[in-house]
Write a protein that binds this ligand. Sequence first.
Ligand SMILES: NC(=O)c1ccc[n+]([C@@H]2O[C@H](COP(=O)([O-])OP(=O)(O)OC[C@H]3O[C@@H](n4cnc5c(N)ncnc54)[C@H](OP(=O)(O)O)[C@@H]3O)[C@@H](O)[C@H]2O)c1
Length: 196
Amino acid sequence: MRILVIGATGIVGAAAADLLEADHEVIRASRGSKVTVDLTDRASIRDMFASVGTVDAVVSCTGSVPFKPLAELEEQDFHAAFADKVMGQVNLVTEGLSHVADGGSFTLTTGILAREPIATGAAASLANGALESFVMAASAEMPRGIRINAVSPTVLVEAENYHASFPGFPQVPAADVARAFVRSVQGVETGRVFAL
Ligand SMILES: NC(=O)c1ccc[n+]([C@@H]2O[C@H](COP(=O)([O-])OP(=O)(O)OC[C@H]3O[C@@H](n4cnc5c(N)ncnc54)[C@H](OP(=O)(O)O)[C@@H]3O)[C@@H](O)[C@H]2O)c1
């Protein structure tokens, strides 16, 4: 398969791209990669697909959100979380649909905060929950046998900066998260949230 991985320089994206590359052609894209895209800019997404052409799978491992105590979260923080993590990946799907081959797939990244709370995590929870609901609904309307799933990890072993914010939470190695992307891309499931 020909697989486009957005965010392939990050912790999650690099692990997913490396594992997928064992069996597939992987095109790595991000703001700082040779194949350039800024998911917060719809025109940039269009330009990326115009240059990359048709792919069998699109994998997105991006999305940043502000972490602040609830009392300090302002409306603009929630908008920022929504604009980056949610609309960045939603626009990737809507702009990318015509560039994905029949029977292809999209796999987005959400996170445990869709279902479990932490202090400072309200904007992140909002974004992850919205994205998981989008995946559930969009899967029912995907044309040409195209599938869509989300990978929703707990905090990663490698993400040491976040460990203090997830006291007592299980941690997952990036290599395990990468396998969930392989399951989504190579499997038959759709509308699923792979939580780990
Ligand atoms: N780390 C964790 O413990 C953890 C746990 C659960 C969920 N997640 C989720 O997993 C996803 C990835 O997390 P991560 O820890 O791997 O992040 P990361 O290490 O910071 O990597 C982010 C990746 O996304 C790219 N990127 C950032 N903004 C972009 C944009 N606007 N357009 C295109 N590419 C962009 C970055 O490259 P450039 O800077 O070159 O653009 C980089 O390749 C996020 O949604 C995060 O919430 C992470």
